[in-house]
Design a protein around this ligand. Structure first.
Ligand code: C2E
Ligand code: MG
Ligand code: MG
Ligand code: MG
Length: 279
């Protein structure tokens, strides 16, 4: 009978698959609750000018520690949130937090932008640009204080969807800056460079990680930096952990860096301290 067949089906899944499905549904349930109870947190990681060493922006990164299941890393959380649609709720929360914080830092006299990561799924909502502009005005945050980080996967899908491109252009015209995150690791298509309003290239940390050990990687990163420059983009390298990496990147003409060498992602009060020390 049907019930038995269903039972057999589940029984035939491997133990690991079964566990994964289980964990996913638990995360989904707990995430709904966390969003409801405003249990998500935001940490900020500085992006610094590689020549002056000054902080030019802070990237907002989501953090979640659940009472029952403990810490869930963004690498686990974000894909599940994208699948279930809860990414839109995370996005709204992050945008609002980022805007409040950017406005706050400006009020305190600091000159920096706040970067947020958004998924392509969020831009499928035809009202995404409008919602972002609404949050900006609600939080008294000037649009030019906000950067939106998108990935190559986002870029590739946006290419084919005119409504996404339109929304990006709308936001750009208001002063929001778009950053291409994880550059070099996604789907290689240069068409998005033609179509999308990207101003900053973030070279993925996986390249930076092997920079010192591999001459091939050195040529590759140097080439990426020159490419970005020829496109009039600001080029940033992420995942910079050592001074040697920083110096080599400086030699290539890389404009900005981000990574543990400067600071791990920290609470906003820690960023304020760093900013005060600069003055
Ligand atoms: P990402 O946007 O490329 O962020 C950089 C990641 O590298 C962060 O991990 C950061 O903590 C880590 N990192 C920074 N500097 C270093 C370094 O020097 N060495 C090493 N080993 N790692 C470094 P995190 O916070 O775990 O986030 C992982 C990814 O999850 C992010 O990659 C981003 O794609 C996504 N993510 C994080 N927060 C959000 C969010 O609020 N919304 C969305 N849609 N995605 C998010
Ligand atoms: Mg990012
Ligand atoms: Mg990245
Ligand atoms: Mg990454």
């Amino acid at each position: 009978n049907v019930r038995e067949a269903g039972g057999d089906n589940i029984g035939s899944l491997s133990n690991a698959t079964h566990k994964a499905i289980n964990r996913k549904s638990i995360i989904e349930k707990r995430l709904l609750l966390a969003l409801d109870q405003q249990d998500l947190k935001v940490l900020y990681q500085p992006l610094v000018n590689n020549h002056t060493g000054k902080i030019i922006a802070a990237e907002a990164l989501v953090r979640w520690e659940d009472e029952e299941i403990g810490v869930v890393s963004p690498d686990e959380l974000i894909p599940i949130a994208e699948e279930t649609g809860l990414i839109n709720n995370i996005g709204s929360f992050m945008i609002e937090e980022a805007c409040k914080q950017a406005a706050e830092w400006q009020k305190e006299g600091f000159d920096l932008k706040v970067s947020i990561n958004l998924s392509v799924r969020e831009f499928r909502d035809k009202n995404m640009a409008k919602s972002i502009l609404n949050i900006l005005s609600k939080t008294n945050c000037p649009a030019n204080l906000i950067q939106i980080e998108i990935t190559e996967k986002f870029a590739l899908e946006a290419e084919a969807e005119t409504s996404i491109i339109k929304q990006m252009r709308k936001l750009e015209s208001e002063g929001i800056v778009f950053v291409l995150d994880d550059f070099g690791t996604g789907y290689a298509s240069f068409r998005y460079m033609q179509l999308l309003p990207i101003e900053i290239l973030k070279i993925d940390q996986m390249f930076v990680a092997s920079l010192l050990q591999s001459e091939k990687t050195q040529r590759l990163i140097n080439g990426m930096v020159q490419f970005g420059k020829s496109m009039n983009l600001t080029v940033l390298a992420e995942g910079v952990e050592t001074n040697e990496q920083r110096e080599l990147l400086k030699d290539y003409g890389c404009d900005a860096i981000q990574g543990f060498l400067i600071s791990k992602p920290v609470a906003e009060s820690e960023i304020s301290k760093l900013l005060k020390n600069e003055k």
